[in-house]
Design a protein around this ligand. Structure first.
Ligand SMILES: [Zn+2]
Length: 169
């Protein structure tokens, strides 16, 4: 929960099924809040990337809208549990969130988490819980290499692009 907007509110909003009061609240909040606006843009971009990359790279996986939304919902649910346990920095958490959303349809939500764990273990962070903005870069490099080995260069490039921290831009 950030700025009074829960993950469920966000998910409903992104799905276009938010209750009117939720939609109005987010509509009113977004233009004035840079971090929420960036999160919103990243999420909508991730959904678009997913569809595009899914079509390009993995023709075996054809995602329907309901499937895509179900996957996103699962990702949010996993993240909610993780967030309360780990209390990662907001920006890092949001970025991990985006990466998981990008990866989950390719390898499943659980494998996505495992791959991210492994990338963290083989980077200066040593564990996913200890990834910070300071050690983000080597973590992302490791994750990109793993992604390339698993799913090829197109997918790896997507991970690299979506994994850039806003503060590093
Ligand atoms: Zn906000």
């Amino acid at each position: 929960m950030k700025h009074g907007i829960s993950e469920e509110d966000w998910q409903d909003y992104l799905d276009g099924v938010a209750r009117p009061e939720v939609r109005e609240r987010i509509d009113a909040h977004l233009p004035g809040c840079l971090s929420c606006w960036e999160f919103y843009e990243q999420m909508t971009a991730s959904v678009a990337d997913l569809r595009r990359a899914g079509e390009e790279a993995l023709r075996v996986v054809t995602l329907s809208d309901p499937q895509l939304h179900r996957m996103l919902r699962n990702v949010f649910q996993e993240l909610r549990q993780e967030t309360s346990a780990e209390e990662l920095q907001t920006e890092v958490q949001e970025r991990l969130d985006v990466l998981q959303t990008v990866m989950a349809p390719y390898c499943g939500p659980q494998a996505a988490v495992r791959v991210m764990e492994r990338a963290a273990q083989h980077s200066p962070a040593l564990s996913l819980a200890d990834v910070t903005t300071e050690n983000w870069e080597p973590f992302l490099e490791r994750l990109t290499k793993l992604a390339a080995a698993l799913c090829g260069d197109t997918f790896a490039r997507l991970i690299w692009e979506r994994g850039q921290l806003a503060s590093a831009r």
